[in-house]
Design a protein around this ligand. Structure first.
Ligand code: SF4
Length: 332
């Protein structure tokens, strides 16, 4: 099956905004936000993208949405370069933002907010626009009279539903959801996740669900991609990743969740903060925080591992799992 959207060895570097860093580091003044990511998302698939703040997940989402251009590598939509697709096809790729209150005009009511993208889809009579508007509100679980409300009259969950309706008005095939549940409480989070999942399944819309919240990603994603300092370190089907994580970073993230569970006997093993993407560590980028690097040896500090298949759908970037299947930690 052909990918709906994919990246191939995509990189996005930003120049540092600090004059001091530019002065001191001379050429090494680029922030490597995304550094060689190859990822595919199939039709109707929900891919979760997780990692700590600053790992590059939002930049990767922006690359897939065409909001920023790659420094190197390619982004393709239905096999065509994203940079070359026409405006009509471009509408098929949409973004759902983290803070809907900031993305909805407070001077417009919901009717005006939703009518604008509906009209962009082509000429419609007034009655057709109203019918489409009510259908969109129904799709996101809001009654028709909400069309007359303004954003200040809506709760956080209702705002996110209106933002989703506005996104759906353009009949997208792919939505980048950037932390859409981070600003709402637990009940609303579950409702939004269920709504996104149902709409994706019903309409065959693919989602990239970006979050630092592993429980949200576990709920919604078919497949999960874990990023650390600009690189994908592990990707696998959701259940497999949660039940059999292989990369030490993924294991540490999962241990951190287990640590919040008072009945869990597992200990959180993720220490410290990620290093600056302006000066990532040599070798494996995770080595300063890795509980396994002493066991594996100096190779972790000398060169970076490649992303390698453990099976057809499970890939990991770590010297614990070299290509020939031998475990370095065991053979040294
Ligand atoms: Fe840890 Fe080495 Fe694997 Fe990196 S390559 S995650 S430092 S064991």
């Amino acid at each position: 099956m052909a990918a709906l959207i994919e990246t191939e060895s995509v990189k996005r570097y930003y120049a540092s905004s600090s004059w001091l860093q530019r002065l001191l580091l001379l050429r090494a003044n680029e922030i490597q936000a995304v550094d060689g990511v190859t990822l595919r998302i199939d039709e109707g698939e929900i891919v979760g993208l997780v990692g700590e703040s600053g790992c590059g997940k939002t930049t990767l989402g922006w690359l897939l949405a065409g909001l920023v251009q790659p420094t190197e590598g390619a982004v393709r939509y239905r096999g065509r370069s994203l940079a070359s697709i026409d405006t009509e096809t471009r509408k098929k790729i949409q973004l759902l933002f983290q803070y809907p209150r900031e993305s909805l005009n407070p001077r417009h009511n919901v009717r005006t907010i939703l009518s604008y993208p509906i009209r962009k889809m082509g000429y419609m009579a007034h009655t057709e626009i109203t019918a489409r508007l009510h259908s969109l509100l129904d799709m996101v679980g809001l009654p028709a009279h909400y069309a007359d409300r303004y954003s200040f009259q809506l709760s956080g969950g209702e705002l996110q539903r209106v933002a989703l309706a506005r996104t759906l008005a353009l009949e997208p095939e792919f939505i980048v959801c950037d932390e859409p549940t981070s600003a709402v409480d637990m009940n609303v989070k579950v409702q939004i996740l269920k709504l996104l999942s149902d709409i994706s399944r019903e309409k065959g819309i693919s989602l990239l669900f970006i979050s630092h919240d592993l429980s949200a990603v576990r709920f919604i994603a078919d497949r999960i991609c874990v990023m650390y300092l600009g690189k994908v370190v592990e990707q696998a089907p959701a259940r497999q990743l949660f039940e059999h994580p292989h990369h030490p970073y993924t294991m540490a993230l999962l241990d951190a969740i287990a640590d919040l569970d008072p009945e869990s006997t597992r200990k959180a093993s993720l220490q410290g903060q990620p290093p600056s993407p302006l000066a990532p560590p040599a070798g494996c980028r995770f080595h300063p925080r890795c509980a396994y690097q002493e066991q594996v040896g100096s190779i972790c500090r000398q060169r970076g591992p490649h992303l390698q298949p453990l099976s057809t759908d499970h890939h990991v970037r770590c010297f614990l799992y070299p290509e020939n299947g031998q475990n370095i930690a065991l053979v040294q």
